[in-house]
Design a protein around this ligand. Structure first.
Ligand SMILES: Nc1nc2c(ncn2[C@@H]2O[C@H](COP(=O)(O)OP(=O)(O)O)[C@@H](O)[C@H]2O)c(=O)[nH]1
Ligand SMILES: [Mg+2]
Length: 438
């Protein structure tokens, strides 16, 4: 095994600030800290020090704090130097640390070490990045919940149930003389169904968490002059896109991110869809179609006074909501149950926002929301598929081996979330959980 080296990096963002923090992790942390501050460092105590180079010239003054392994963020010896927050002074200090034997840390390397040292699991490490990146207060709270293990605990609970199930099935396979009829064993079917429903719930929650993390991508599409840009402007509360009565004004994609009760929504205004010979407008329409394809959802804006529809453009109805605009100019009684707004007068905008939350599957009331990532949702779905297949194997073939195999697949999928490698810890589970002499 390669010896662990000592890594160092500026931990505060580049630029000027009252304080700038340099973090260092690895076996040299204490000695580097004591050399640079020319004093002994007691763990977990703030020491005021003059940070000096090898000539004794003072680079900066500030606080040195040393954390002895394993009681630190990374689980290694860690040093934090809190000096003044200026890019030049922090660079000088970092250079000195590198002189003393540390090496520049790679992106995410502190969190990686925390993961490798079992301080946090993979989902929690990801939550740190998500917390820092969060664009709404709700997203930050969700990331914090994930960091504190709310999501990981759910996955661990599922893993435990899967392992338990597998242990039971495998033990039965290993003792064929007992001739277990798997299907007749209702306990197995019940447990599988339990896992299925828990997986379904977790997939839903993680899906919400993924939207909370990355935001809901909402495209505004429709014919020219329907009022798409006006809608973007009224939703974002500023004049982001040019609005004119001239059809074909919008050509480039204009994006604004808004916060609907904590849900980050990326609103994407597009060029009006129509046949055109204008080269620039054509490109705009191509971009609009690409945006429509990639969208989580599309608001198809229709002028309520314009009965002619956008016929030659196909919309995926499962992710399209029709919104009727310019209701202020509509003079007929409107019996149809439809979403009507006036982008210029602001009529129906609150209802539309509520609708957007529903479309995103977002509910504020759900205080248990934690952030998750697409890969987590995919892994959970893989696990669910495997469990479903396992149950089919059981029901059709009464096949214990095939069931055990699918359960292992499900377990592997979940392990991808937490980043655990469970080579054959299953054996240990079997022995400790089962009385083998029985
Ligand atoms: N009366 C009325 N006019 C609107 C409404 N929404 C947009 N308009 C007008 O319709 C024209 C086209 O609007 P615009 O937002 O540029 O449409 P886009 O081409 O779909 O982006 C402009 O003159 C707007 O002022 C509305 O709700 N009511
Ligand atoms: Mg426009």
């Amino acid at each position: 095994m390669a010896a662990i080296d000592t890594i160092a990096a500026i931990a505060t963002p580049p630029g000027k600030g009252g304080v700038g923090v340099i973090r260092l992790s690895g076996p040299l942390a204490q000695s580097v800290g004591e050399q640079i501050s020319r004093r002994r460092l007691t763990p977990r105590q703030a020491h005021y020090a003059k940070f000096q180079d090898s000539n004794g010239d003072v680079i900066d003054t500030g606080l040195a704090i040393y954390f002895a392994a394993p009681n630190s963020f990374t689980g290694e010896d860690v040093l934090e130097l809190q000096g003044h927050g200026g890019p030049v002074i922090q660079d000088l200090l970092l250079k000195e640390l590198l002189q003393l034997g540390a090496r520049q840390a790679r992106a995410g390397e502190f969190s990686e070490r925390a993961f490798l040292n079992d301080k946090i699991d993979l989902a929690q490490a990801e939550a740190i990045a998500d917390l820092i990146d969060s664009s709404t207060a709700q997203a930050a709270r969700g990331a914090m919940r994930s960091l504190q293990g709310e999501f990981s605990n759910k996955v661990h609970r599922l893993l435990k149930e899967l392992i338990h199930l597998r242990m039971y099935v495998e033990a039965a396979i290993d003792f064929p003389e007992e001739e277990i009829d798997f299907l007749a064993d209702e306990k197995i079917v019940k447990s599988i169904e339990n896992v299925q429903s828990e997986l379904a719930t977790t997939i839903k929650q993680a899906g919400q968490g993924a939207i909370l993390r990355s935001g809901f991508h909402l495209v505004i599409a429709g014919k020219p002059n329907a009022g798409k840009s006006s809608l973007l402007n009224v939703l974002s509360g500023r004049e982001s896109a040019i609005v004119t009565e001239i059809p074909g004004t919008t050509r480039d994609i204009v994006t604004e991110t808004i916060d609907i009760d904590g849900l980050p929504v990326h609103i994407i205004d597009t060029a009006g869809l129509r046949d055109t010979d204008d080269t620039v407008e054509k490109i705009g329409i191509q971009r609009a179609r690409a945006a429509i394809d990639q969208a989580d959802h599309v608001l198809l804006i229709v002028d309520i006074n314009d009965t002619e529809h956008v016929s030659h453009f196909e919309f995926d109805s499962s992710k399209t909501t029709v919104v009727y605009n310019k209701v202020d100019l509509f003079r007929e009684p409107d019996d149809a149950k439809r979403l009507t707004i006036s982008a210029t007068l602001g009529i129906g905008i609150d209802e539309l926002k509520a609708q957007i939350k529903t479309l995103a599957g977002y509910s504020q009331e759900n205080e248990t929301v934690f952030t998750a990532r697409r890969r987590h949702v995919t892994a959970l779905c893989d696990a669910k598929d495997a469990v479903n297949r396992g149950l089919m194997q059981l029901k059709i073939h009464n096949a214990g081996e095939l069931l055990a195999d699918e359960l292992l697949q499900a377990q592997n999928a979940l392990n991808e979330i937490t980043g655990e490698f469970t080579a054959d810890d299953l054996l240990g589970e079997i022995f400790s959980g089962f009385c083998i002499g029985k």
